[in-house]
Design a protein around this ligand. Structure first.
Ligand code: AMP
Ligand code: MG
Length: 402
C-alpha cells in the first residue's frame, strides 16, 4: 500500500499540460494564466495626487515657514494638467495629475486658505502625497506570472493595464461515471434496496471549483460488460475520468478490469489513508485521459477527490500551487486514533479561549456525509499516532482552501 505522500508525488509527476485559450476578463476568474501578463504601460500611468489639497514646488519654499503662496489654477481628475507657475500653488484633487514642475501635495486639512492664497507651516518633503508614475509597476515588469490562478484582484490588475483578454489553460474536461446496482437518481421514485446517488453532484461541484467542465454519464450497474462499455464511452473527449465505486475487491467490482481493458495503466490502487484506502489512479498511454477510481462511500469519494483530484486538475492547468495549504491549529479536546493509516478527520473549527480550535465530529464513518457536510476542515492525524491530548497542534486542511 502506498503512502499518501508517495501517491500524491506520483499523481503530480509529469502531468500533461492543457492547451492555451484566450478568454475575456469576465470569464477569467479562477482560470490559470498560461502567458505572463507584462506591463506595457506603467502603473500608475502618470504621477497623481493621493490627497485633496494643493500642489506646489518645494524649491519655491525658502527658509523656514510659515509660507504664503498665491493659488493659480486647478488640476482635476480626468483632465491633463497645465504646468505649475513659479512660486504658486495649484488646487488638486485625489487622482488628478501632478502638474509639470510641482513635486509635493499639501492636504487641504493642513493649510489655511484665505482669498487667492494659502498659508501653511511645517515640513514639506519632495514627493509627499504623490503616487509616482510607474511606482507600482514599471514598463516591462511581470504583473502576473504564468501559473497564477486568477483571483478577483488579478482581474483588476489586468484591467488597469488595459488588458481585457488573457491567455489561460483550457478547462479540463471531467467525466463522472458512478457504478452500483443500488443507485437511483436523487428525487426519483423510492425503490426498496436502492439509494439516491449522493456523489455525482458534489463531485461535479468540486471539479467545477478546480476549473473543470463536467459531464455526468448515467450510472452503470455492477456487471462486467456494461461497466467496460461505459468506461470506454466515458474516456472519449475526457481529460480526467472519475469512476465512483466498484474499485475495491468485491465480487461485483468491475471498474479496475474495465479500466485495464481500455489500456489504462494504473499507478496505484491503494493508498494508506483513512477514509479512502481503495483509490486508483492511472493514465491512458500516449497522452490520453487520466483516471481516478474513487471509492463508493460518499465521504471517502469526496475526500479522496479533494486530496487527489482537485490538485491534479489544477496541475493540468499549470497552476504553480496545485496543492492546498495547511494550517496548524490546537485540538479543543483529546483525540484517540487507531494506529495504521494517515487519517483525515472531519472537524469543526471553533474559537475556544480566543483561539480557533479543532473539534472533531463524532461520526467519521466512510459513508457518513453528515460530518463532512458540517465540517470546515480535515485534520491530518499521522498513522503512528494513538492519542493526542487537548491542546496538541494538528495540521488542518480547511475546506475553504480546497
Ligand atoms: P463500493 O465502493 O461500490 O463498494 O461502494 C461502497 C459504498 O458506497 C456502498 O455502500 C455503496 O452503496 C455506496 N455508494 C457507491 N456509490 C454511491 C453513490 N454514487 N452515492 C451514494 N452511495 C454510493
Ligand atoms: Mg458498488
Amino acid at each position: 500500500m502506498m503512502s499518501f505522500e508517495a501517491a500524491r508525488e506520483r499523481l503530480l509527476r509529469d502531468v500533461p499540460r492543457l492547451p492555451t485559450e484566450r478568454v475575456s476578463l469576465e470569464a477569467a476568474l479562477g482560470r490559470v494564466l498560461a502567458e505572463p501578463l507584462v506591463a506595457e504601460a506603467p502603473i500608475p500611468p502618470f504621477s497623481y495626487s493621493a490627497m485633496d489639497g494643493y500642489v506646489l514646488a518645494t524649491r519655491d519654499l525658502e527658509g523656514t515657514g510659515p509660507w504664503l503662496l498665491p493659488v493659480r489654477g486647478e488640476s482635476r481628475t480626468g483632465r491633463p494638467s497645465s504646468p505649475l507657475a513659479p512660486k504658486t500653488a495649484c488646487v488638486i484633487s485625489t487622482g488628478a495629475e501632478v502638474p509639470a514642475g510641482a513635486d509635493a501635495v499639501l492636504p487641504r486639512e493642513i493649510v489655511e486658505a484665505s482669498g487667492d492664497a494659502i498659508r501653511f507651516d511645517g515640513k514639506v518633503r519632495p514627493g509627499q502625497h504623490i503616487r509616482q508614475a510607474g511606482e507600482d509597476l514599471a514598463v516591462g515588469a511581470v504583473a502576473l506570472e504564468v501559473g497564477t490562478r486568477l483571483g478577483a484582484p488579478a482581474l483588476g490588475l489586468a484591467a488597469s493595464l488595459d488588458v481585457t483578454v488573457l491567455g489561460v489553460a483550457r478547462r479540463p474536461r471531467v467525466t463522472i461515471l458512478c457504478t452500483g446496482d443500488e443507485l437511483r437518481a436523487p428525487g426519483s421514485a423510492k425503490v426498496p434496496g436502492k439509494i439516491p446517488d449522493s456523489i455525482s453532484q458534489p463531485l461535479a461541484a468540486l471539479a467545477g471549483m478546480a476549473g473543470a467542465t463536467v459531464r455526468k454519464q448515467p450510472p452503470v450497474g455492477d456487471e462486467r460488460d456494461v461497466t467496460e462499455r461505459a468506461v470506454r464511452e466515458a474516456l472519449v473527449d475526457t481529460d480526467l475520468l472519475l469512476t465512483v465505486g466498484g474499485v475495491s475487491v468485491g465480487e461485483h467490482d468491475w471498474v479496475r478490469p474495465a479500466l485495464e481493458a481500455e489500456g489504462v495503466v494504473l499507478d496505484f490502487w491503494k493508498v494508506s489513508i483513512k477514509p479512502g484506502k481503495p483509490i486508483a489512479f492511472g493514465r491512458q498511454p500516449g497522452g490520453g485521459a487520466a483516471v481516478l477510481g474513487l471509492p463508493g462511500n460518499p465521504a471517502s469519494a469526496l475526500i479522496t477527490f479533494s486530496l487527489f483530484g482537485m490538485p491534479l486538475l489544477r496541475a493540468m492547468q499549470g497552476d504553480r500551487a496545485p496543492l492546498p495549504s495547511l494550517v496548524t491549529l490546537p485540538l479543543a479536546e483529546r483525540l484517540t486514533h487507531k494506529p495504521g493509516r494517515l487519517e483525515f478527520v472531519r472537524v469543526a473549527l471553533e474559537p475556544r479561549e480566543g483561539r480557533l480550535s479543532v473539534v472533531p465530529f463524532e461520526n467519521q464513518a466512510s459513508g457518513a456525509l453528515t460530518s463532512l457536510a458540517w465540517a470546515s476542515g480535515l485534520a491530518l492525524v499521522p498513522g503512528e499516532v494513538e492519542e493526542l491530548p487537548a491542546g496538541s497542534l494538528v495540521e488542518v486542511l480547511r475546506l475553504q482552501d480546497l
